[in-house]
Design a protein around this ligand. Sequence first.
Ligand SMILES: Nc1nc2c(c(=O)[nH]1)N[C@H]1C(S)=C(S)[C@@H](COP(=O)(O)O)O[C@H]1N2
Ligand SMILES: [Mo]
Length: 375
Amino acid sequence: MPNRPIPDDATDGPPDLAAKQGLHGHDGGAFNVETPAHLLDSPLTPAERMFVRNNGLWPEGLPDDPDDLVLTLDGHVEQPFALSLRALKARFETVEVTAVLECAGNGRGLLDPPVEGLPWAGGAVACARFGGFRLADLLRAAGPRPEAVYTAHHSPDQTETGAAALSRGLPLWKAASGETLVAHAMNGVPLPRTHGGPLRIVAPGFPGSAWQKWLTRIELRDREHDGAKMTGFDYRVPTTPVTPGDPLDDLDWAVIEDVPVKSLVTHPAAGARLAVGEAVEIRGFAWSGRVPVASVAVACDGTWREAAVEDGDGPWAWRRFRLTWTPSREGPATLIARARDAGGRPQPLGQAWNPRGYCNNGCQTLEVVVAASPR
Ligand SMILES: Nc1nc2c(c(=O)[nH]1)N[C@H]1C(S)=C(S)[C@@H](COP(=O)(O)O)O[C@H]1N2
Ligand SMILES: [Mo]
């Protein structure tokens, strides 16, 4: 399906696409939309406000009844199996994890010099409560052989030339971690088709590319997976610092297995009109990968102040930060949020440039306008 304007009825797309109102669409052959920051102002992002990242066309051939979906687990295992979602629900416990889903390319569009790839401005991020089976439980049932070190995830979505759109995997340590799910629910309802239903991988702390949608097969491998968008420069970063113009082939590239600390102001909105002497709550969310968020500071019109940071819904959820600011002078003003992780690493004040534009956690800069007196 070409990326046309978001349809206002569901006749030609997955049933929940119709609700994607207020999101910003990107050009290209696949359906990709992102969320303006002010629409992300709730601890759990509703499905209708969640960004969509498709590397290919919508999948075909998935069953109408999600419970009829068959998931195969094979490869380097003792007991391969193929079970319907109905049978999986009967056999495996469903647990819930609240986690941040962020495209590795989020913020790429802010890089200078620009790099190839979807120019996400910063809204390819969301936080939701996922329900599903622990991948660890499925793996235990299949019995990985000693040589198994990596999973490979397979789905029916294809590019326009008929190749697999994306087939990513996880190192076994992450696949077998308790937070990694094969999810069939989101925010208390069956996982919407738009977001990978009937089944998707949820890999908290890994970039969205690892969260395989429309999952039909998990294969255990004795080496790192080499499926679509796993090799070359895709979803990889150079292991050493790089400057624009460096020849890419000379660099050592590693799969992204963590995300750096980051924050987003969700209120006020960019361009909001504030007033001298009138207090405004500045709030948003901070998140990170393996190393937890420690603190958030916000520069309000040039002065840095610490925000209060609330606990998230578990270790993989984003954390609300708040700060009250009373503008004291008229004119344009800049708000900059800067989170720091428990290892003492702050978000860079500039950009985190790399050749493919992944994991740009540079501080968001928000312009507002302060008027002379209350409206
Ligand atoms: N099968 C499949 N899974 C996929 C993708 C895809 O194109 N095909 N895109 C990945 C990428 S790059 C991201 S960022 C997330 C986006 O998830 P969402 O569309 O639910 O927001 O899905 C991941 N899973
Ligand atoms: Mo992504």
